[in-house]
Design a protein around this ligand. Structure first.
Ligand code: HEM
Length: 208
C-alpha cells in the first residue's frame, strides 16, 4: 500500500510539472488560435507516443488499481481484527479525521479520476485529434466542472495528508531525525501540490 502510494505521488509531481506549462498558453479569442503552450503540447506528444512511456502508462493504471484493491483489503482486515466495536470510542481524541476517513477520500478521488481521465485521456487518445490545450480550454470554461475539480482537490489534499506520512511510518522512517523531514515534505504533497493543480482550472476559467 505504501509503495504503490509513493509511486502515485511521484506521478503527481510529473503530472503537475507538465500541466503547469499549459499556463503559458495564450488564447486569441478573435483569431480562434492559441500560442505559447508549445512546451506543454511537446511533452504531451512525447508522453503519448514514446515507446518507453507507453508501457509506463499501463504501469500507472496498474498502480492505481493495486492501490485501490489493497486499500479495500486493508479496510476489511481492520474490521475483521475487531468484529465487536468499542463500547466507548472517542476517535477524535486519538486519531485525525484524515486517517479515519482515508477510505472515503480515496473513493472520492477515484470518482474524480474516472471523470478526469475520460475528459482528457480517453477523449484525446480515442476520439478526435484536437490539441490537448483546446480540450482544457473547453472543459475548464464550465464553472461547474471547475468547482468539481476544486472539491476533488480538497479530498486529494486530505487523502495525501494522511497517506504520505503513513507510508513513511510503514517503512519505520517517520521517527527520530527523519520525522521533521517527512512532515516537511508531506506539506509539499498535501498542500502545495493540490494548490498547484487547483491553479490550472481556475486560470483557464478566468483567463479565457
Ligand atoms: C487539476 C488539474 C489537472 C489538470 C489540468 C490535468 C490534466 C490532464 C491532462 C491534459 C491529461 C491527458 C494527458 C494525455 O493523455 O496525454 C491528464 C491525464 C491524467 N490525469 Fe490529470 N490533470 C489534473 C489533475 C490530476 C490529478 C489531481 C490526478 C490524480 C489524482 C490526475 C490524474 C491523471 C491520470 C491518471 C491521467 C491519465 C494518464 C496520463 O495521461 O498521464 N490528474 N490530466
Amino acid at each position: 500500500m505504501a509503495l504503490s502510494g509513493l509511486f502515485l505521488c511521484s506521478f503527481l509531481v510529473i503530472h503537475l510539472t507538465i500541466n503547469l506549462f499549459a499556463l503559458q498558453a495564450n488564447h486569441d479569442k478573435t483569431a480562434e488560435s492559441f500560442w505559447g503552450a508549445e512546451m506543454f503540447e511537446t511533452y504531451g506528444h512525447f508522453m503519448a507516443t514514446h515507446p518507453v512511456i507507453r508501457p509506463l502508462e499501463w504501469g500507472l493504471f496498474a498502480g492505481f488499481l493495486l492501490h485501490a484493491i489493497l486499500g479495500i483489503y486493508l479496510y476489511l482486515l481492520n474490521r475483521k481484527a475487531r468484529p465487536v466495536q468499542y463500547e466507548v470510542n472517542k476517535a477524535g481524541e486519538n486519531s485525525t479525521w484524515s486517517s479515519r476517513f482515508g477510505w472515503l477520500t480515496g473513493i472520492l478521488v477515484g470518482v474524480f479520476l474516472v471523470v478526469h481521465v475520460n475528459t482528457f485521456f480517453v477523449q484525446s487518445r480515442f476520439f478526435g485529434q484536437e490539441p490537448m490545450i483546446r480540450l482544457m480550454i473547453e472543459a475548464f470554461s464550465s464553472p461547474a466542472y471547475v468547482a468539481f475539480y476544486m472539491v476533488a482537490l480538497v479530498f486529494l489534499a486530505y487523502h495525501l495528508k494522511h497517506g504520505f506520512q503513513s507510508a513513511f511510518q510503514t517503512f519505520g522512517l517517520r521517527a527520530g531525525k527523519f520525522e521533521k523531514l517527512v512532515n516537511a515534505v508531506g506539506v509539499v504533497f498535501w498542500l502545495l501540490i493540490p494548490i498547484g493543480f487547483a491553479i490550472i482550472p481556475l486560470y483557464f476559467l478566468f483567463a479565457y
